[in-house]
Ligand binder design. Structure first.
Ligand SMILES: *Cc1c(COP(=O)(O)O)cnc(C)c1O
Length: 429
């Protein structure tokens, strides 16, 4: 019995995509098992018990669940220390707390990976905003543009670090919504070595969003001093209802803690309000869920690659994050893709996405998201601006079986809209 109507040509391609991706799936399983054991070992090392899963109220002094989870998170990130809190409102908020924790007036921060993710631009104050940005507090921002192939410009970075004293070197691991490739941990290691060689006193901070548990190593394993990320992406395992984490060198985490609450109080407060269990269960599930999201990305790359569309990364390329970019080539294609994916979501499947003028974007944006947690992009989701080349950035998938159905329905919806072309009928970029 079949629950969804999928064109037989797509069903044939579905089997072909699965066969193509066999090796990649085996490698994802291998990394998942490694990271799952890493997390399990940390739970065991820190003797997690039912007592840790309860919560605190008020100031939250001495919350043993919160404190133990922070030690576990540090271990998982290859770090000395960590903060992990449901009260971080978003990834941007978490990164902002970390940056304000590290930087002081007249300090200089150098972004090594070109223009950062959209929402971080306001935190640095690159856009000239004066609503409490780092620039507003006298922190100087500089960046080294990427090379034409989207890689960090090592000689440009060397020059910039030599020319000026730099307090924080900032690295963005994920591609975000750009067309550059995401950084692998190996590439982050090369950047760390370069900074260490040219400017050993510079603190290296990594925006780790979408990168956690994608590889065996994390940035702090290879020389980064501090990482931060969102709990409604990879490390929340689809279960954390909100929050973020910061991990790294103990003295730096401590500085961030004083920014997170207030100077002189730091990490000692912060009631967990009953969220400990979700944060523990989410972190425990995270390696597996990231594996499912990676399989979904690889499968999508294989399926749409076979259909003749331009995909990045290709199904057999090394990945640094869970994002897949599919260039759909037409407005009708992009809209139908998002509508089809939405129709296969467990929540809000009946909603029909419409392009809208999102603040901060020049072109209308269309999004597909039917998630248990609002805005969670570890759950299957896609979006893209309505402008050529009409690319959809998709990510997530709590479990591969459901997520691949969403991807198949996206293709089916394109077919029904007359916007799907099988490979012999063009549509290469
Ligand atoms: C998601 C993301 C962030 C933070 O975004 P929020 O929407 O605030 O959680 C920052 N940087 C990158 C690269 C991201 O992908």
């Amino acid at each position: 019995m079949s629950f969804f109507e999928i064109d037989p040509r797509l069903s044939a391609l579905d089997r072909k995509a699965l066969a193509l991706a066999k090796e990649q799936f085996a490698e994802i399983d291998r990394v998942t098992e490694y990271n799952q054991q890493k997390v399990l070992a940390a739970f065991i090392r820190h003797r997690v018990s039912e007592a840790h899963l309860g919560g605190s109220t008020g100031y939250g002094y001495g919350d043993i669940g919160r404190e133990t989870l922070e030690h576990i998170m540090a271990d998982c990130m290859g770090a000395e220390d960590a903060l992990i809190r449901h009260s971080f409102a978003s990834g941007t908020h978490t990164l902002s707390v970390a940056l304000f924790g590290l930087l002081r007036p007249n300090d200089r921060v150098l972004c090594l990976t070109g223009r950062p993710y959209d929402t971080i631009i306001g935190v640095f104050g690159i856009d000239g905003s004066s609503d409490g940005s780092l620039a507003d507090f006298g922190v100087i921002y500089d960046e080294v543009a990427l090379t034409p192939d989207g890689k960090p410009d090592l000689s440009g970075i060397r020059q910039a670090l030599t020319a000026q004293e730099v307090q924080v070197a900032y690295i963005q691991r994920s591609r975000g919504y750009s067309t550059r490739p995401s950084l692998t941990v190996e590439e982050i290691e090369a950047l760390c070595k370069l900074v260490e060689e040219v400017s050993p006193q510079t603190v290296i901070m990594v925006d780790n969003c979408y990168g956690e548990f994608v590889e065996e190593k994390e940035p702090c394993d290879v020389g980064a001093d501090l990482v931060a990320g969102s709990l409604i992406k990879n490390p929340g395992g689809g279960i954390a209802p909100s929050g973020g984490y910061i991990a790294g060198r103990q003295d730096l985490v401590e500085r961030c803690a004083h920014r997170m609450t207030c100077a002189g109080v730091g990490r000692e407060v912060g009631a967990t309000l009953g969220h400990n269990r979700e944060l523990y269960l989410g972190l425990f599930s995270a390696p597996h869920v990231v594996g499912e999201a990676l399989k979904t990305a690889v499968y999508t790359a294989a399926l749409f690659g076979e259909l003749g569309y331009s995909v990045a990364p290709r199904f057999d390329e090394k990945r640094g994050d869970i994002i897949e970019c599919v260039t759909l080539g037409s407005e009708e294609g992009l809209v139908a893709f998002c509508r089809g994916m939405q129709s296969g979501a467990p929540v809000d499947s009946f909603v029909v996405p419409e392009p809208w003028d999102m603040p901060g974007y020049d072109d209308p944006v269309i999004m597909a998201a039917g998630a248990f947690t609002g805005g969670a992009s570890i759950e299957l989701s896609a979006d893209g601006p309505l402008r050529p080349p009409y690319a959809a950035w998709m990510q997530g998938g709590l479990n591969f079986h459901s997520a691949k159905t969403g991807v198949l329905l996206a293709a089916q919806s394109m077919l029904e809209a007359g916007a799907l072309h099988f490979s012999n009928e063009v549509n290469r970029e």
